[in-house]
Design a protein around this ligand. Structure first.
Ligand code: HEM
Length: 490
């Protein structure tokens, strides 16, 4: 007898299909929320969907009711492309639990300090490459996070240019981004279309899925097979895969087929989720520094006072760098890397705040809207690390963006501590030695840079922009050039 949450009037049969935006999705859905409320109900060809436009609504349903809301919606395109090995999109079931538990053992807070040397080494190589070709800062940033995750997960060193694993991951993440945005493929609302023959008119999605499936499979198996081969030859470096194989072969001679599948899935997902997420956050940091020079100056003053000019930042400096920590938090808020989070699914009918939440409803947390909530953040579009500062410390003056940008409840991002480490060391190191400024215009004066963020797909990223990256001083340049090789001691 309870009403459904409010939403735009559905059309017969197709429901609200035309109300689902395809461009700047987060902002457009927030606008819808402005009319209908924090919970906006959409009927997508009969599939119930609720957009959660506020933090309170997302916490209420995804954390308060997590036993019932930790499932994932079926993604038919994931089935067609062979992506169901990714435990990020499989249901709330035993296969997910086993994989999530194993992932957690490698990425929980007590486990990740052992990856610090890899972060530091790759970050310092990044500084050297930036010095050589600063105009390539976008691809170089991709390289640093890919190199870190490939070393940590597989013990593989990636090539400086055109690495096959880096391009494979890039292609696989592109496929993933294309298939997970709600409402993009008709077959998601009409799953029977999955069975129409590939040659049938309108079955382009099936042909596309077939083309993509090769990349999807290879992205899981190619680096894993190389790591297993190295392990078998006794030539493996310490890595997540090496640890899995060592543990599995301690008591039995061979790895069971179930364990083999599980190890492939866990390593593959870390490899695919680990690089681009941090990459887009750090690209946003470069953009924020170009557009907010006052923040950059303040961060550099803190680095000069704490780290000094004779060395580069280390993880041990973290607690003494509150403003840098606040910059990292503001990067995470200002740029929603996953603007619509990852959808959850309601397993059994529920009631929330007097509304009926039907079984099978897809819940879409609009993280972008949460990051721009003017009730929580003054001037939400501005980059203001000071909002987290309290009595000279990076405290919790205001809602911590980690509470929504990494998802919710039992599905919360298990790689968030690792991502935080990667962002901290990169932000601190880059700002310590480089100035990031707008490019010079034809008149020789700094040009105006307008932030242009792509918000049309699953992962959001800054569109290509230019900036001048130069060493802050001769001493900073010498620091970068000095070879800071740190051994990988996983
Ligand atoms: C800035 C960086 C990152 C952001 C913003 C981010 C965000 C997210 C979000 C929003 C989710 C969905 C949570 C939910 O369903 O409620 C998620 C899931 C996940 N993330 Fe991240 N992530 C980041 C980095 C990473 C890294 C570095 C890794 C791996 C090392 C990782 C591994 C995962 C995995 C495995 C899941 C699936 C969890 C599950 O379904 O149980 N993420 N992430």
């Amino acid at each position: 007898a309870l009403p459904l949450p409010p939403g735009p009037k559905p059309l017969p049969f197709i429901g609200n299909v035309f109300d689902m935006p395809t461009k700047r999705i987060g902002p457009a859905l927030r606008e819808l929320g402005g009319k209908y409320g924090d919970l906006t109900y959409l009927n997508m060809l009969g599939q119930p969907m609720i957009i959660l436009n506020s933090h309170e609504a997302a916490v209420g349903l995804l954390e308060g009711r997590s036993a019932n809301t930790s499932d994932r919606p079926r993604i038919v395109m994931a089935e067609l492309t062979g992506y169901m090995w990714e435990f990020a999109i499989i249901g709330y079931n035993q296969a997910w639990r086993v994989r999530r538990r194993l992932f957690h053992t490698f990425f929980q807070p007590s486990a990740i300090p052992k990856y610090h040397p890899v972060h530091v080494r790759e970050c310092r190589r990044f500084l050297q490459r930036l010095l050589a070709t600063p105009e390539d800062f976008m691809p170089l940033a991709r390289h640093v996070f890919s190199a870190t995750i490939m070393d940590v997960v597989y013990g593989i060193t990636v090539a400086d240019h055109d690495d096959p694993y880096v391009s494979l991951a890039l292609k696989a993440v592109d496929v993933f981004s294309s298939i997970v945005v709600p409402g993009q493929y008709l077959v998601e609302s009409l799953p029977f279309l999955k069975h129409i023959p590939s040659w049938f008119p309108g079955a382009g999605f099936k042909r596309q899925a077939k083309r993509w499936s090769k990349v999807v499979r290879a992205s899981r198996d190619a680096p894993y097979d190389v790591a297993v081969d190295a392990f078998t030859r006794g030539a493996a470096r310490p890595s997540v895969v090496t640890s899995c194989l060592e543990n599995a072969t301690r008591e039995q001679e061979h790895v069971s087929p179930q364990d083999d599948e599980c190890f492939r899935d866990v390593a593959g997902l870390a490899y695919l989720t680990g690089a681009d997420t941090s990459l887009f956050a750090i690209q946003a940091m470069f953009l924020a520094m170009v557009t907010h020079p006052g923040v950059q100056r303040k961060a550099q003053q803190e680095l000069d006072a704490v780290v000094g000019s004779n060395r580069l930042p280390e993880f041990s400096d973290r607690d003494s760098l509150p403003y840098i920590n606040a910059v990292v938090k503001e990067v995470i808020r200002w740029h929603s890397v996953v603007p619509l989070g990852v959808s959850h699914r309601v397993m059994e009918e529920d009631e929330y705040k007097g509304y009926r939440i039907p079984a099978g409803t897809i819940l879409v947390p609009n993280a972008w809207a949460m990051s721009r909530d003017p009730r929580v953040y003054t001037e939400p579009d501005a980059f203001v690390p000071e909002r987290y500062m309290k009595d000279g410390e990076c405290g919790s003056n205001v809602r911590d963006p980690e509470k929504y940008q990494f998802g919710f409840g039992r599905r919360i991002c298990p790689g968030r501590h690792f991502a935080n480490d990667a962002l901290f060391i990169t932000v601190a190191s880059v700002l310590h030695v480089f100035s990031i400024e707008p490019p010079l215009g034809r008149d020789g004066k700094p040009a105006h840079v307008t932030p242009n963020i792509n918000l049309d797909s699953f992962l959001s990223y800054p569109e290509r922009f230019e900036c001048r990256i130069t060493p802050r001083s001769a001493q900073a340049e010498a620091l970068i050039r000095r070879n800071h090789e740190v051994q990988s001691v996983l």
